[in-house]
Design a binder for this molecule. Structure first.
Ligand SMILES: Cc1cc2nc3c(=O)[nH]c(=O)nc-3n(C[C@H](O)[C@H](O)[C@H](O)COP(=O)(O)OP(=O)(O)OC[C@H]3O[C@@H](n4cnc5c(N)ncnc54)[C@H](O)[C@@H]3O)c2cc1C
Ligand SMILES: *[C@@H]1O[C@H](CO)[C@@H](O)[C@H](O)[C@H]1NC(C)=O
Ligand SMILES: *[C@@H]1O[C@H](CO)[C@@H](O)[C@H](O)[C@H]1NC(C)=O
Ligand SMILES: *[C@@H]1O[C@H](CO)[C@@H](O)[C@H](O)[C@H]1NC(C)=O
Ligand SMILES: *[C@@H]1O[C@H](CO)[C@@H](O)[C@H](O)[C@H]1NC(C)=O
Ligand SMILES: *[C@@H]1O[C@H](CO)[C@@H](O)[C@H](O)[C@H]1NC(C)=O
Ligand SMILES: *[C@@H]1O[C@H](CO)[C@@H](O)[C@H](O)[C@H]1NC(C)=O
Ligand SMILES: *[C@@H]1O[C@H](CO)[C@@H](O)[C@H](O)[C@H]1NC(C)=O
Ligand SMILES: *[C@@H]1O[C@H](CO)[C@@H](O)[C@H](O)[C@H]1NC(C)=O
Ligand SMILES: *[C@@H]1O[C@H](CO)[C@@H](O)[C@H](O)[C@H]1NC(C)=O
Ligand SMILES: *[C@@H]1O[C@H](CO)[C@@H](O)[C@H](O)[C@H]1NC(C)=O
Length: 599
């Protein structure tokens, strides 16, 4: 035997002995030994209180949104009105007729069953339809649902709003647990629980969305760190990272998590915080959704509203792809780049550059527009606000600009336009698109050395040669993370280190497998919740050197991988010599085939 063969054999033997914690084979509908029969399904329904009123209905803008709203839903009702005038069922069971590719089609031929309505979520992938959709009303009912799934060896996925971009709220033929009915809100304004946050804390049920959260906060003279959209859910946003207007001042979603209540795969309900199950608490502060258990409640930090409230500054610029106008856009990019470095933690904002070629007959008919909105934690009269906004608008005159003040954040979000969910398989990878929302975290260094600006200018110019494809796309710069001057940088988080040195989360959709390399040359890390679907080395990109520890914690709390999702943490235990080993069936199989070919 040659040396190479010996090494290969040793590797296969070693990896085969390592505990394999992924690639669990779940029960299939055709297997009558494990698949639940009608008596067992009825028993599940009965155990979930079938007569409890379960309603998800939106009144009007005087009241907060209650969950996400799918596109083209009459009077903006969730679930296409399934629960507008009636109670939801505790369990929806898939029938043969629901087994099309997806429940919905973008054209008029969509088929709608109550099962499809109850499982509505963003960009569901083909072939990933759950078999059961459960609507628990409290943590005990979540436990019942998890135990049912375990008993029948079914995979478990979780959806609150269903806003996830990367299909992480899905698993084929399993149990989809929907948490939207868990709506408790308990405020502790004086920190009697002793978490150490002077302005207090709040325990939210897993079903609350930011619209409800901001209303509840305003009623208590507080605000919380949040995303921009109103129907995004508190859980998915918080545990994957969580950027938004207040993050530069008050931290990302992960930084604000004080405690979670979570139902583990065993069916046990546990609490995780800095003292109790602290490894799980750390993992949840960045380890992402649907992977550790079902979170039933989350306690986060609360903040007193700044004197004078909040200011909302907006500005826009417009131009064409004629040379003179295009060089103005170049100037903007250069000036903006320097400007971002000067902002302190009172600011959090976003900048979108949108190039477009609707009329492709001449370069000069191409257009670009820039939209900026920055939130300032303080009144519009504050000298820092006027100093920094005029620094930019004096350097390059905007088409429009305005500043509006709000006594609390609910007053702004109350009338915000809806960002609907799309229940079709749209962001799916294809031959010329890697899928999802390709993005990169850009450090202060890359922002100051001109690399970001050079990339952005070149990519915008690509529109001239790619008028007919999706390559001419929007550039989204989110300066709403924790890279501003004076931003808090809690270290007890499992997000990547690159998230901490980053000043902008930069998103440029529609990349193919070649183009993405240029984007990734701007940074080694990407944001878990808004990133490409196809990603080599995803674990490094999301978690960097935190990944090994995350794998061990996954193996401890979900040893059989009943919770699994795309590009999520895969469990692995530390081997006896202390080296963490990651082994999947695929790796073993690959090595075996190499071995076979060698002999
Ligand atoms: C319109 C829109 C705007 C957005 N804006 C921002 C933004 O400003 N800032 C930002 O950071 N992100 C933003 N995002 C991304 C957003 O944070 C993610 O899509 C996030 O995952 C959504 O969380 P959710 O709970 O609403 O969605 P869901 O699809 O319900 O859940 C998201 C993930 O969390 C898991 N999950 C949900 N609930 C639970 C639970 N109770 N227990 C365990 N796992 C759970 C799901 O399985 C899934 O993996 C936006 C997304 C959309 C669609
Ligand atoms: C059916 O399920 C049983 C119990 O989980 C399992 O032992 C068996 O291997 C499964 N059969 C097939 C064909 O997958
Ligand atoms: C369903 O399964 C249970 C438990 O295996 C069994 O006791 C019961 O007889 C089955 N019911 C039907 C209708 O097959
Ligand atoms: C909104 O609904 C509430 C409760 O049904 C009602 O009292 C109020 O008049 C409505 N407001 C508007 C603006 O329609
Ligand atoms: C619910 O009732 C209202 C008022 O009668 C009606 O307008 C609406 O269409 C109903 N919704 C559904 C989904 O049936
Ligand atoms: C959950 O709800 C069910 C049905 O209303 C109720 O019987 C049960 O006591 C509740 N559990 C808890 C912990 O509140
Ligand atoms: C822009 O300048 C280049 C180089 O001088 C020239 O080739 C091109 O035709 C110009 N385009 C427009 C739209 O003016
Ligand atoms: C940006 O800052 C650098 C370094 O201070 C400087 O050299 C450059 O001229 C600035 N660019 C613009 C457009 O202000
Ligand atoms: C595109 O612009 C040209 C020049 O202005 C014009 O003649 C033509 O009608 C336009 N085409 C469309 C589809 O608008
Ligand atoms: C302006 O910003 C500086 C630097 O971040 C800060 O120290 C100061 O308190 C701010 N001033 C006001 C009035 O908010
Ligand atoms: C990415 O990581 C490599 C290796 O550690 C390093 O050399 C490189 O500078 C990093 N890239 C950026 C943009 O930070």
């Amino acid at each position: 035997m040659s040396q190479a063969k010996l090494i290969a054999l040793a590797a296969v033997v070693f990896l085969s002995c390592t505990q394999v914690t992924y690639a669990k084979t779940f029960c299939k509908p055709s297997n009558t030994t494990c698949w639940p029969n009608s008596t067992e399904i009825d028993a599940l329904k009965q155990s979930l209180g079938p007569s409890i009123n379960r309603q998800l209905k939106w009144t009007n803008s005087s009241q907060p949104r209650v969950t996400a709203v799918p596109i083209n839903s009459a009077s903006d009702q969730p679930l296409y009105g399934l629960s507008q005038n009636a109670s939801l069922d505790p369990v929806y069971v898939r029938s043969q007729v629901d087994l099309g590719n997806t429940c919905f089609q973008p054209d008029a031929s969509r088929y709608i069953s109550t099962f499809c309505l109850a499982s509505v979520r963003n960009y569901p992938y083909e072939g990933w339809t759950p078999a059961f959709v459960v609507w628990p009303v409290n943590a005990s009912q979540v436990q019942i649902a998890v135990k049912f799934a375990r008993k029948h060896n079914l995979c478990i996925s979780v959806a609150g709003t269903g806003h996830d971009f990367l299909n992480r709220h899905s698993c084929a033929d399993g149990v989809l647990i929907r948490t939207a009915l868990l709506k408790d809100a308990v405020w502790d304004l004086t920190d009697t629980k002793g978490f150490g946050n002077a302005d207090g804390n709040v325990k939210f049920g897993a079903g609350l969305v930011f619209s409800e959260v901001h209303k509840s906060a305003a009623d208590n003279n507080r605000y919380v760190s949040s995303g921009w959209a109103t129907t995004v859910g508190i859980i998915g946003w918080s545990i994957g990272g969580g950027h938004g207007p207040f993050s530069p001042g008050k931290g990302l979603g992960v930084d604000n998590i004080l405690e979670v209540d979570i139902v583990l795969n065993s069916g046990e309900l546990v609490t995780a915080n800095s003292m109790q199950n602290s490894d799980l608490w750390w993992a949840i502060r960045g380890g992402g959704g649907s992977n550790w258990g079902v979170i039933t409640a989350i306690t986060i930090k609360a903040y007193k509203i700044p004197t004078g409230g909040f200011s909302f500054w907006q500005a826009s610029w417009q131009g064409t792809f004629c040379n003179a106008s295009l060089s103005q856009l170049d100037s903007f990019v250069d000036i903006y780049q320097n400007w971002t470095l000067t902002l302190n933690n009172q600011f959090g904002g976003l900048t979108f550059i949108s190039p477009s070629f609707t009329n492709k007959t001449s370069d000069c008919l191409g257009t670009w527009s820039i939209y900026m909105s920055y939130v300032f934690q303080g009144p519009s009269t504050n000298a820092n606000l006027t100093q920094f906004t005029t620094a930019l608008t004096n350097a390059i005159k905007p088409t429009t600009s305005s500043t509006t003040s709000y006594a609390n954040w609910w007053l702004l979000v109350q009338n915000k336009a809806l960002e609907p969910i799309w229940p079709f398989a749209y962001l799916t990878p294809s031959s010329d698109y890697i899928g999802g929302l390709p993005s990169v975290l850009v450090s202060r260094e890359v922002m100051s050395n001109g690399k970001w600006a050079a990339y952005a200018k070149a990519r915008i110019r690509e529109c001239l040669t790619r008028k007919n494809d999706n390559g001419c796309t929007r550039h989204e710069m989110y300066q709403d993370i924790t890279g501003n001057v004076g931003s808090p940088q809690d270290q007890q988080v499992s997000i990547s280190e690159g998230f901490r040195s980053a000043i902008v989360h930069y998103l440029v959709a529609y990349q193919d497998s070649t183009q993405i390399k240029a984007l990734y040359s701007l940074g080694n890390n990407s944001y878990f919740s808004e990133s490409a679907y196809t990603m080599d080395g995803f674990a490094e990109r999301y978690w960097g050197s935190n990944y090994q520890r995350l794998q061990e914690i996954k193996a401890k709390y979900d040893p059989e991988s009943d919770f699994a999702c795309t590009h999520c943490v895969i469990g692995a235990t530390a081997s006896s010599d202390g080296i963490t080993q990651f082994a999947s069936y695929y790796l073993v199989l690959t090595l075996m085939s190499i071995l076979i070919s060698l002999f």
